[in-house]
Write a protein that binds this ligand. Structure first.
Ligand code: HEM
Length: 396
């Protein structure tokens, strides 16, 4: 870390469910380009415009040095997140068509089935933890289904994926490393299976990556492994956390809970506002390729910069009364919960479908739900709920 840099915030102080947003508000007001001494030094952009500009400009702000603070990638490069364009492009070209809105729509009945399977026992019991018992499992079921994983790998992913999920969110480095290696082994097993028996690349993500070409050549084996490994978990953590956070909000606002239960057609609009308010990825990171100046602050190459998506989405200059839930924000689609630019979330259509179905099923199966104990929150680089004990009144 360079001498003389300020320590504007401490990301390691204990947090409550609401406290990070107070810190973000102060940063936007006092030091929108903030620096922390934590993790060997890191910058953070807190304003919407700066975050959006940096995420959109992949020539200046790259992901290949460090894409998250603190650095959690211990093992190998995992496309697409860890690569810069143009090396990044063929992985997106292979994955994008398999995650379009039209392509994921037919998954809805299966997702509804998984949601019911997980919700029924806890609702019958009258209580349960919506993260531990439901939202940390649902994305894994959905993922395994989308990736057409064979039964034995599905079972392994359900255990390892969940352990990885919990370890990352609790900053448990040892378990993160162990489970990450296990996920690599699973990625290799899936690739070997598809090499032996290829599926239609228009239908199967792994086969699409194996069929992809860059400058006429197949993608390097170890990067396909990295990509499958990344895809295995990248879409697991965010839905876990955001569903938990939504349930906290709906427990605190019973009127809104009843309104969405009575008018499920409002759920898609509500989801966008929830994604803005409870953006589950606090911030992904970039490094600049040259010395840059932002709002009068000089940042040197290779100094990590967290793009605080969760702060940008509460920037009062873009979203007035930013801490309030409003169903009718005219610019709601401008939120940055799924990022921007070349690394924007390829899985957004699947995520939106999964969140909508989860919320519809939860509301339809209950007459009401409420908090039943303390909320536990996750840490950087995520933000939101990790444990949310609820008590349920069953629906008719
Ligand atoms: C609530 C759910 C989700 C949220 C909020 C979310 C958010 C994000 C964000 C903010 C990024 C940008 C990273 C950056 O700027 O460096 C991203 C990238 C990515 N997401 Fe999601 N995500 C979600 C679910 C999913 C799902 C279900 C998938 C399924 C495949 C997925 C796959 C990916 C991939 C592969 C990338 C890397 C894209 C690239 O580097 O080109 N995500 N996601």
């Amino acid at each position: 870390m360079r001498d003389g840099l300020p320590n504007d915030f401490d990301p390691l102080v204990p947090e409550t469910f609401d406290s990070p947003y107070e810190v973000f508000e102060r940063l936007r007001r006092q030091c929108p380009v903030a620096h922390t001494h934590a993790w060997g030094g890191a910058w953070a952009f807190a304003k919407y415009d700066d975050v959006k500009t940096a995420a959109s400009d992949s020539k200046t702000y790259i992901t290949s040095v460090q894409n998250v603070v603190p650095k959690v990638a211990f093992t190998g490069r995992r496309p697409p997140l860890h690569l810069d364009p143009p090396e990044h492009t063929p992985y997106r070209a292979a994955l994008n068509p398999l995650l379009s809105e039209a392509k994921v729509a037919p998954l809805e009945p299966a997702i509804r089935g998984f949601a019911a399977e997980l919700l029924d026992p806890i609702i019958a019991r009258g209580k349960g933890d919506i993260c531990i018992d439901f939202s940390s499992h649902l994305p894994i079921y959905v993922f395994a289904h989308w990736m057409k994983m064979p039964a034995e790998l599905v079972d392994a992913l359900r255990t390892v994926g969940r352990n990885y999920n919990v370890a990352v969110q609790s900053n448990d480095v040892e378990v993160t490393k162990e489970t990450s290696l296990e996920l690599y082994r699973m990625a290799r097993a899936l690739i070997e299976l598809r090499k032996a028996n290829p599926l239609d690349p228009d239908e199967d993500p792994t086969s699409a990556l194996l069929a992809a070409r860059y400058e006429g050549q197949p993608l390097p084996d170890e990067l396909i492994v990295g990509c499958v490994r990344q895809v295995l978990v990248v879409g697991i953590i965010a839905p876990t956390v955001v569903i938990g956070s939504i349930c906290v909000h709906l427990s605190r606002h019973q009127d809104l809970q009843q309104k969405l239960r009575a008018e499920p057609a409002l759920i898609p609009a509500a989801l966008e506002e929830f994604l803005r308010l409870y953006t589950p990825y606090r911030g992904f990171a970039r490094t600049a390729v040259r010395e840059i100046e932002v709002r009068g602050v000089t940042i040197e190459p290779a100094e990590p910069i967290a793009l605080l998506y969760a702060s940008a989405n509460r920037d009062e200059e873009v979203f007035p009364d930013p801490d309030e839930f409003k169903l009718d924000r005219p610019n709601i689609r401008e939120h940055l919960a799924f990022g921007r630019g070349p690394h924007n979330c390829v899985g957004a259509p699947l995520a939106r479908l999964e969140l909508r179905v989860a919320l519809e099923e939860l509301l339809a199966r209950t007459a009401s739900f409420d908090l039943d104990g303390p909320i536990k929150q996750t840490r950087f680089p995520e933000i939101g709920a990790l444990e949310v004990p609820l008590r349920f009144k069953r629906g008719a």
